[in-house]
Design a protein around this ligand. Structure first.
Ligand SMILES: *Cc1c(COP(=O)(O)O)cnc(C)c1O
Length: 388
């Protein structure tokens, strides 16, 4: 069972009563370990998906470790450049870009772009001439294989991708890879099984007409352990994906290099969120109790929507209090939407009361980057341990 690191635990033990909340405590050592584990398991080129956690400290550390970066906006490009990452290590992976953004990225030296439509391809050929292009194809995840679907909005069919790659060549761009994303927090290999095969067929067809792609971009989606997925073994899954790739490459007689865009996997379990219990109460005499925290959907915990990501919650100092009752968890903003989960209750100590502090984890991915100042509340303060 993964918890947070010893260094985070020591920091909390020392600062728990003096620490302003909400606070995100991130252990940079964990990030290095996650990156090194992944690159020792497989020979993939890693493009960290910056949106998962765009903190400078994280970009800097991964940059030093040798990672490349998947960026989706000019601001993310600038965050990487500011950390000394050279533009040839950036992949502009958003399939919907303004002309002004393509121009700016090109000026910065970015030469790798993703598209999924003819008009985007035309924009790229005009404003980023002779760049490498990756065509994003649809996957059928629809929440069937992942906690967060990433395919409803992006990607084209494989037959369209075939035509578009030929078109890319005509437009003097360099057809570089087929890209896909099977959805975020995929706890099984089902999504990859289907999509790798579809992609490989496409490589075979394109090779027959002289379009040989150097790379296959298998996207992100590697999972971590949350409360509702406590037994996830990402190491086993990575090896299973590698076997799926090998098998299909042999079958279709292709051999592109693999590029992957992990976000969550690299950063999620490196961080905890320390939050204060603001109140506990009961709506009706016989109802389930409520617990309100100074963290909610508006200042970091947006992935609670649809009950899809369920965080572990420990109450500091009451970990061994086993007299529990169910609670509905909520943030403290003035909106009913700011209830963490619609139909998932948490068993927490009956003695839970205002002023208690909760340790919520793993919160290194899609938390700080999704926090707003709604209702005037501060976004979580970020504390980095073991920085370079
Ligand atoms: C969000 C995103 C990722 C990262 O996904 P994770 O599930 O966090 O690994 C990778 N690639 C693209 C194109 C994305 O949009």
């Amino acid at each position: 069972m993964n918890k947070y690191s010893e260094d985070i635990k020591a920091y909390i033990d020392t600062h728990i009563n003096s620490m302003p909340t909400p606070a995100l405590i991130f252990d940079i050592n964990g990030l290095r370990e996650n990156y090194n584990r992944l690159t020792s398991l497989v020979n993939w080129e890693i493009f960290y998906a910056v949106k998962a956690n765009p903190a400078d400290e994280i970009i800097h550390t991964l940059g030093e470790s040798g990672a490349s970066f998947d960026v989706a906006s000019i601001q993310e490009i600038e965050s990487c450049l500011n950390q000394g990452i050279s533009p040839d290590r950036l992949s502009y992976a958003n399939t919907v870009k303004k002309v002004s953004e393509i121009k700016k990225a090109y000026e910065y030296g970015v030469r790798l772009f993703v598209f999924d439509s003819i008009s985007e391809l035309e924009k790229i050929s005009e404003h980023a001439p002779r760049s490498k292009v990756m065509c994003r194809i649809l996957t059928n995840d629809h929440n069937e294989t992942s906690a967060w679907s990433l395919s409803k909005k992006f990607g084209c069919s494989d037959s369209m991708a075939y035509d578009l790659m030929l078109k890319a060549q005509e437009l003097d761009l360099e057809p570089y890879a087929i890209a896909y994303h099977v959805g975020s927090q995929c706890i099984t290999d089902i999504g990859w099984k289907r999509t790798v095969k579809t992609a490989c067929k496409l490589y075979e067809r394109l090779e027959k007409v002289g379009v040989k792609l150097d790379v296959m971009n298998i996207g992100g989606g590697l999972p971590v352990r949350y409360k509702d997925s406590p037994n996830v073994n990402s190491q086993d899954l990575i090896c299973a994906i590698e076997r799926i790739i090998d098998k299909n490459f042999k079958r279709y007689n292709i051999n592109p290099k693999i590029m992957a865009e992990p976000g969550r996997y690299l950063v999620a379990d490196c961080s905890v969120l320390v939050s204060e219990v603001v109140n506990t109460s009961q709506r009706r005499e016989d109802d389930i109790a409520w617990a309100y925290f100074d963290s909610g959907r508006y200042n970091g915990l947006i992935e609670t929507v649809g009950d899809s990501i369920q965080f572990f919650v420990d109450i500091y100092g009451k970990e061994n209090d086993l007299d529990l009752q169910p609670y509905i968890l909520a943030g403290n903003t003035c909106d009913s939407f700011d209830t963490w989960y619609e139909s998932t209750y948490y068993d927490l100590p009956k003695s839970l009361t205002y002023g208690d502090r909760a340790i919520i984890y793993p919160t290194g991915a899609y938390v700080n980057t999704c926090a707003s100042r709604f209702n005037g509340f501060d976004v979580p303060r970020e504390i980095f341990l073991n920085k370079l």
